[in-house]
Design a protein around this ligand. Sequence first.
Ligand code: CA
Length: 506
Amino acid sequence: MSERLTIQIQPQDNVAVAVHDLPAGTVTESGVTTLQAIPQAHKVALRDIPRGGEIVRYGVVLGYAKDAIPAGSWINEHMLDLPESPSVANLPYGTNLVPMADLPDPPRATWLGYRNKTGPAGTRNLLGIVTTVQCAAGVVRAAVERIRRELLPQYPNVDGVVAVTHPYGCGVAINAPLAPIPIRAITNVIRHPNFGGEIMVVGLGCEKLTYDRVLPPEDITPENVLTLQDWNGHDAMMQAILDMAEKKLRKLNLRTREELPLSELLIGMQCGGSDAFSGITANPSAGYAADMLVKGGGTVLFSEVTEVRDGVQMLAARCPDEHTRDRLAEEMTWYDDYLAAGGVDRDANPTPGNKKGGLANIVEKAMGSIAKSGTSPIVEVLSPAEKPTRHGLIYAATPASDIVCGPSQVASGIGLQVFMTGRGTPYGLDIAPVIKVCSRNELKNHWFDLIDISAGDVATGEKTIAQVGTEIFNFILDVASGVREPYSDQYGFHNDMCIFNPAPIT
Ligand code: CA
């Protein structure tokens, strides 16, 4: 078998992507000779494209040629005009509902998790100490260091202690129309499935985010909340936090993993540092794993509004009813308005690294990004940080920013996140493990001990999407069951809890 040089996704595409750096004069599979060097992951024109002509990849118009492009040319991000954003009005729905029977069968039907009284099970058994305000963050972080050192070794069934510190809580317009978004994130993270229902909230005492905004009255008790301003100096304050933590650790230590159906598992999908391979290898493989989970009764969130906006019609086609379609349109419109208020549009999303990785614009990025949702119907649409009420594939609207999407999905209750990357990121979360899947074998070779799984063999033709998708599925279940740790957890590489706050800071 001769080495694969380019990948064309759909027969109607007039571009293909270079599998490796291709020198000028390379004759590609489609018979086109490259007129110049084509960098890996970048596009080569398969036909002459006139000025103003469509540039088509994934069977989708990525943009219009600013000038005539001869066959064999390198097409870079400077050569396309961006098409109009697709309208969200009256999108057809239910026109692409893949029947459950057509989804791939999961190779395993159970996993080992920590069952909760309600909602999804935990993938880890953690003590989560949640601050109501950033002012308390330093104290809580210092206390958590001491809890880890002095208390945790006596409670072997507890996997860890997490200081949930975030930038919200005071100096904010707490009654602003958009304030419910960050408040919901904090409210829901207090009850994250990995915290086992043990509530531990630390406030300062004079902040705007009072306990009653994040807890029901019956939970605002001395066992659950601690106010720093109530304590007489450093030593008493620290001791109070340690005493409270110890009571929680005693209860958490009684929890054990048990065999559970996939319906008790809730995970999230995200991508970041994407390249033009993300949509060919890593994201479709993750989508295959998502399909397996959904078929087995599990729940999968995918997000990142600006990275699906250009494929909204494809997502609407996968909504089974009018209500879900309307909710999808509502979230897209909200984000369009949010970006417009900030003086930008969706094409502000791609990064220099995305472009270096061959992604010409947001349309091309979106087509790759959507692939991680697999093919199953979208059964629910959530606003940022909302908890799902259904099982299956769910669209949870969040910013596409890696550092904000992660905490939003955590607030929605994910037990772990699968993170696809083309350029490479050491991203991790301390509340939910993050599995890193890369799109190219070059990255896996470069970051051999940072990336968990490579989907690069799909590009070279050595593996199928089904094979890598099954590997990802098994990796998800192993990590969820606590028998395997992704690299980010082995090293303790954990990003901050950057919750989404679109509301004014005062
Ligand atoms: Ca992202």
